[in-house]
Design a protein around this ligand. Structure first.
Ligand code: F6R
Length: 607
């Protein structure tokens, strides 16, 4: 996820672009850059780090002449967050500058073709490949507009891009496929950006670009085209009434809610370029050349630990690799039995969690190989791990982790398939089913989220007065029960316990009474009859039950929450948002500061 903005008008473009980027910083903040046209020349300024670093580079220069330009704030997906990888990128001739949000899945193929044609590359990014492909398109077609159409026909993946060139000073081109892009119409000025807050102080008249659309804008005119045919498209303008702050949250009340609703996109981005349905296999080039582990230890904290527990069962089952999952703050202090036959996988959204880092370092000292599964490119986990698989989830702003867990589950699912294929332990028909299932998952989650939220609201109103909740699950649902309880306690401050249902009779059942309700995960799986009988024990003690369950299951509880059934392990991806939404609605109903719960920070960098 990155932030992009383009401007053509009468104001000095550079300060306006910087100001717009500041309002998009929640979309990415590891490097930033601008390109602008000044006296017929293309100028580029880029800097590693937050926007302030770019401003330092601009300070002292007279940039007031340029009235057309593009700006980018980056959240790295290809290449570490250093200046050479920052956007904009120029083509080899230096006549085009491009910014990009998204992932070009087949960039390596296109790059190889361009290398054969003599193109050279200064960065590791897919964006530099795309801008050179457009340059090649200009040679083929004779115009930038046609060249963009020509290039988009040759790339797969997700993109929102904006481009400027001194050959058409005063013009910005922009286009999208599967990444957000909005156009803003001002008076004597026009804008394009990944999100409305970028230009909201200047105009409230916007047009939402759809997939496969391309816009050409200058100070006084704009036209949207179908990117494939270049036929003009009529776009209605919408008037925006939000203020900047709510616009940054996409109209949602909190970042947490926005991030829960981003999960379909997160799964799609995480799968981008990694699932080859035709070949029936997973591509994880980051791990190519590495033997599958003989023994695997997953080390993580909090929500990432719960993701690890869930993934471990799949890796064991599909890849037949023995896996243990360790809480990093325990693991690091134990008298560990690790050697060169062990692989340790550190799972961390931030890549900066102190205990996880210490666990990695300890494992390395003992001779184990250390891999990272992480969201932040350039973070300490990503730098210290031998290899890293990124979750590509974009920045997570809310303290409570939601979309990051969804992306971790996706990567762990892919890892189980990847190692299963490498070891030949996974029947081809299971692999094919797993791949088509996960490929179709984003649409299923997307369709269900509004209904899930409604049900979460109803239940939150009913249960908001309780002081404790028990979360129960078995098998693959046990880590989800732990996660449901964690979410509820951290944002609503209601005491919650996550338990394996079968453990209830070993003590915790003593707690059950009408004011101590249970949230059960009672999905269709081989353990359902066992879960059902555990819940009957709860009911025998007058415990009220909310049960997340599937259609057609024989279960009589106070509050069934029926969600659609998908294939096997993928059901977790539909249960997870329900748990998150229930906790969210409880906390919001109780008036808690959802995005910034008390006593918590986004990244626990102290021991
Ligand atoms: C819970 C939460 C934390 C983190 C934990 C690990 O909502 O956010 O439990 O999951 O602090 O953080 P990372 O994944 O950054 O290592």
């Amino acid at each position: 996820m990155c932030g992009i903005i383009g401007y053509a008008g009468h104001r000095p473009a550079v300060p306006l672009l910087i100001e717009g980027l500041r309002r998009l910083e929640y979309r990415g903040y590891d490097s930033a850059g601008v390109a602008y046209i000044e006296a017929g020349a293309l100028r580029l300024l880029r800097a590693e780090g937050k926007l302030g670093e770019l401003e330092k580079k601009i300070n002292g220069r007279d940039v007031t002449m340029a009235t057309t330009g593009i700006g980018h704030t980056r959240w790295a997906t290809h290449g570490v967050p250093v200046e050479r990888n920052a956007h904009p990128h120029k083509d080899n001739s230096g006549r085009l500058a491009l910014i990009h949000n998204g992932i070009i899945e087949n960039y390596q193929e296109r790059k190889n073709e361009l290398l054969e044609l003599g193109y050279t590359f200064a960065s590791e990014t897919d964006t530099e490949v795309l801008v050179n492909l457009i340059a090649e398109g200009v040679k083929e077609t004779g115009s930038i507009l046609r060249a963009m159409s020509w290039a988009f026909a040759r790339v797969e993946g997700a993109y929102a891009v904006a481009l400027v060139s001194p050959d058409e000073p005063g013009v910005v081109y922009a286009a999208r496929k599967s990444s957000p892009l909005v156009f803003g119409q001002g008076v004597g000025e026009n804008f394009v950006a990944s999100d409305i807050p970028a230009f909201l102080p200047y105009t409230r008249e916007v047009a939402f670009l759809e997939d496969g659309e391309l816009v050409r804008l200058d100070a006084n005119s704009w036209q949207v085209f179908d990117a494939a045919t270049l036929e003009p498209v009529d776009k209605p303008l919408h008037h925006i009434t939000w203020d900047v702050q709510s616009a940054q949250k996409g109209g949602y009340k909190h970042f947490m809610l926005k991030e829960i609703f981003e999960q379909p996109r997160v799964v799609a981005d995480c799968l981008a370029g990694r699932v080859d349905l035709r070949a029936g296999r997973v591509r994880l080039p980051e791990l190519d050349g590495l033997e599958p582990p003989r023994r695997l230890t997953i080390v993580a904290c909090g929500t990432s630990y719960h993701a690890g527990l869930w993934g471990a069962a799949l890796i064991e089952s599909w890849a037949r690799i023995p896996v243990r999952v360790e809480i990093a703050s325990e693991f690091r202090y134990r008298d560990l039995l690790l050697d060169g036959d062990d692989v340790v996988l550190a799972v961390s959204q931030s890549g900066e969690t102190a205990d996880t880092l210490a666990g990695m370092r300890r494992a390395r000292e003992l001779g184990a190989r250390v891999l990272g599964l992480c969201n932040v490119v350039g973070s300490t986990v990503s730098r210290e791990a031998e290899r890293v698989v990124y979750t590509q989830a974009g920045p997570e702003i809310s303290v409570a982790s939601t979309k990051a867990m969804c992306s971790q589950l996706t990567v762990l699912y892919l890892l189980a398939l990847y190692w299963g294929a490498a070891k030949g332990t996974l029947p081809a028909e299971v692999a094919a089913r797993a791949l088509t299932g996960v490929h179709g998952l984003p649409q299923v989650i997307e369709a269900e989220l509004p209904r899930m939220r409604e049900r979460a609201c109803e239940l939150a109103r009913k249960y908001a007065s309780v002081r404790s909740f028990m979360y129960l699950g078995r098998g693959q649902s046990f880590p989800l029960a732990l996660e449901g309880a964690l979410k509820l306690k951290e944002i609503s401050y209601i005491h919650a316990e996550g338990y394996a249902s079968g453990e209830m009779k070993h003590g915790p059942i003593a707690l059950i009474e009408p004011d101590f309700p249970t949230f059960a995960l009672a999905l269709r799986d081989p353990l359902f009859p066992k879960v059902k009988s555990n819940l009957e024990e709860v009911q025998a003690r007058d415990g009220r039950i909310v049960a997340l369950t599937h259609p057609g299951l024989d279960l009589a509880v106070d509050d069934p929450w029926i969600i659609p059934e998908v294939w096997g392990p993928l059901n977790a991806f539909l249960a997870l948002p329900c748990l998150q939404l229930f906790a969210y609605e409880m906390a919001d109903y109780l008036g808690k500061d959802v995005d910034q719960p008390r006593n918590l920070a986004k990244s626990v960098t102290v021991e």
